[in-house]
Design a protein around this ligand. Structure first.
Ligand code: ATP
Ligand code: MG
Ligand code: MG
Ligand code: MG
Length: 470
């Protein structure tokens, strides 16, 4: 009997509730009172003030399943989607939190018992990392989990040292990895081949034990805290005996719906498209439910990029009419029970997607013809000229990343410098011919570029200080 995603979420919440954690509902994807962060990208985001001491937590321990989006800013997994077994733009992060209550030993014990006793994972398949300096965590993993030395891997990079920002709480972390088997390419964490998908990180435990103050000094926190994050879809893959997140029950159902709507069966060759559509449907629907609408700047532009990217993939699968909106009922069936806000927004979600799809339909096919023409003679390793990429952006509403994604398969990149030049030229012309105007149009172009380069000031709001990496 296979355990479904919805049951795994409940099992996690129940386990920590049994261990005196308050079950707290997911916070919204648009963080409250936090203009520095584009989207909630980790379970700790709604609790930030408790960790900094700005507010006092009403409970010493909490457990959540937090909606997260990583499609911009410091954590951008957009380009991974469809191509790795483990990344989504929208995903749920399961987490347990201690606000100055229990610390390292108890956190490791709770995590290890959950995965090996409740979830009954084979301990031989598990390995963990610790921050290179964290002798305490090293010994605790040896003692509590009984792991052999070679399965407690010391990592000296920032992957295993968490910081909220330049100043504030910080500390070492431990990541738990699951070995999906030698037939899958990829090496263990810390090896040159670690980006493969054989060893998949399932859970990250952050030990907030220091306070970083301006000027480089670091003090011990009198009451250290715990922040953890486990990807629901990744643990579901493990528990359902599949390697790939996109093969879990939830995604199988969404992908079947994509096959039905596009009348294109998933094959080795078009697999990425089915995945991108299923993934982006979730991100789109949850963002709309949390009040984001497609637009030409800020969060709305990130949403528009996600939507248009999904539409190109639907087009690739042969859809000539809007189809993505018709997938919404399937998503409601899969996730509406756990997220009532999704159900409440069903009509808005459906209409917003349908409208965006019908608007983009015509320019999408015309733009794709232009792109085919311009890129037809290019080969692997070549660059598409920036002028064309800019025209696609400016005239046909192609976000830069959509053009890049369209060329990715053929190993062709976009000349970014040329794109910037074309954009600046247009900006200068607009200024010269129509002084004081043209700002709105160029602003969105800058947005696109900043996004592309992962600039931290992506919204022009200031610096993204919250590096929530849990
Ligand atoms: P990875 O190294 O695999 O990209 P990460 O170290 O960036 O993961 P964390 O920031 O530690 O991830 O997030 C905590 C947990 O959330 C991860 O251990 C993983 O299970 C899950 N997770 C992170 N990013 C994604 C994503 N894009 N899609 C699905 N799950 C994710
Ligand atoms: Mg990552
Ligand atoms: Mg990692
Ligand atoms: Mg991690």
């Amino acid at each position: 009997q296979m355990i479904g995603v919805n049951e795994i979420r409940s099992a996690f919440l129940d386990y920590f509730s049994k261990h005196d954690h308050e079950i707290v509902a997911s916070g919204p994807l648009v963080p409250r009172n936090d203009p520095t962060l584009m989207f909630t990208n980790a379970g700790m985001v709604p609790f930030k003030d408790f960790f900094t001491g700005r507010a006092k937590a009403p409970y010493p321990r909490a457990v959540t399943s937090q909606k997260c989006v990583r499609a911009g800013g410091k954590h951008n997994d957009l380009d991974n989607v469809g191509y790795t077994a483990r990344h989504h733009t929208f995903f749920e992060m399961l987490g347990n939190f201690s606000f100055g209550d229990y610390f390292k030993e108890r956190a490791i014990e709770l995590a290890w018992n959950l995965v090996t006793k409740e979830f009954e994972l084979d301990p031989k398949r598990l390995l963990v990392t610790v921050y290179a300096d964290d002798e305490e965590a090293f010994s605790l993993w040896r003692k509590i989990a009984g792991l052999p030395e070679e399965k407690v891997i010391r990592i000296a990079t920032s992957d295993n040292f968490w910081q909220m920002g330049e100043t504030g709480p910080c500390g070492p972390c431990s990541e738990i990895f699951y070995d999906h088997g030698a037939e899958i390419p990829g090496g263990p964490p810390g090896s040159p081949d670690e980006d493969g998908d054989r060893f998949i990180e399932i859970w990250n435990l952050v030990f907030m034990q220091f306070e970083q103050v301006a000027g480089g000094e670091r003090h011990n926190l009198p009451r250290p805290s715990i922040d953890t994050g486990m990807g629901l879809e990744r643990i579901a893959a493990v528990l359902q005996g599949v390697h790939d997140n996109y093969d879990i029950d939830l995604f199988r159902h969404l992908i079947e719906a994509v096959e039905g709507a596009t009348r294109a069966k998933a094959t080795e060759a078009n697999r990425a498209s089915h995945r991108v559509i299923a993934d982006h449907l979730r991100a789109t629907s949850f963002l709309i439910a949390d009040g984001v609408l497609p637009s030409n700047d800020g969060r709305g532009y990130v949403l528009r990029r996600i939507m248009r990217r999904a539409m190109r993939h639907a087009h690739l699968l042969g859809a000539e009419e809007p189809v993505i909106y018709s997938l919404v009922p399937t998503l409601m069936r899969e996730m509406g029970g756990a997220y009532p806000e999704l159900m409440r927004a069903e009509a808005l979600i459906t209409e917003t997607i349908r409208l965006e799809e019908s608007r983009f339909q015509r320019t999408l096919s015309r733009g794709l013809s232009l792109l085919d023409e311009a890129a037809g003679s290019l080969h692997k390793g070549d660059m598409l000229d920036g002028e064309t990429a800019f025209k696609l952006y400016d005239t046909y509403g192609f976000p830069l990343d959509l053009t890049q994604d369209a060329l990715k398969n053929r190993g062709i990149s976009v000349d970014l410098a040329g794109f910037t030049d074309a954009m600046e030229r247009q900006r200068a012309e607009a200024r010269a011919s129509w002084a004081g105007s043209g700002e709105a149009a160029t602003e969105e172009v800058w947005m696109a570029l900043k996004e592309e380069h992962g600039a931290t000031e992506f919204l022009g709001y200031g610096t993204e200080t919250a590096e929530a990496v849990t």
